[in-house]
Design a protein. Structure first.
Length: 84
């Protein structure tokens, strides 16, 4: 916790400037910002499942490309089919 006390004959602007400098140097803002978008790491099971899903989608897309039937709508259909 950063604490700043007003000195004799110190203006409020100088006090705010001194406070903000102390906050910057303490690293409080850096630690708060780093935890802002923290996401839990995936479990082994989740990682494996997502890799299997990507492999299935890639296999279907390659098959469609060989037949010449691949487009964006086909990709959506493949993903929808595999999710259900």
């Amino acid at each position: 916790m950063v604490e700043v006390k007003k000195k004799d004959r110190e203006t409020s602007e100088a006090l705010i400037r001194r406070f903000s400098r102390r906050v910057q140097q303490s690293g409080v803002l850096l630690s708060a910002r780093s935890g802002r978008f923290f996401a839990k790491p995936k479990t082994k099971r989740q990682t494996r499942q997502s890799a299997q899903y990507r492999a299935k989608v890639k296999k279907e897309v390659d098959k469609l490309k060989k037949m010449g039937k691949f487009d964006e709508e086909a990709l959506r259909r493949v993903k929808r089919k595999l999710e259900s």
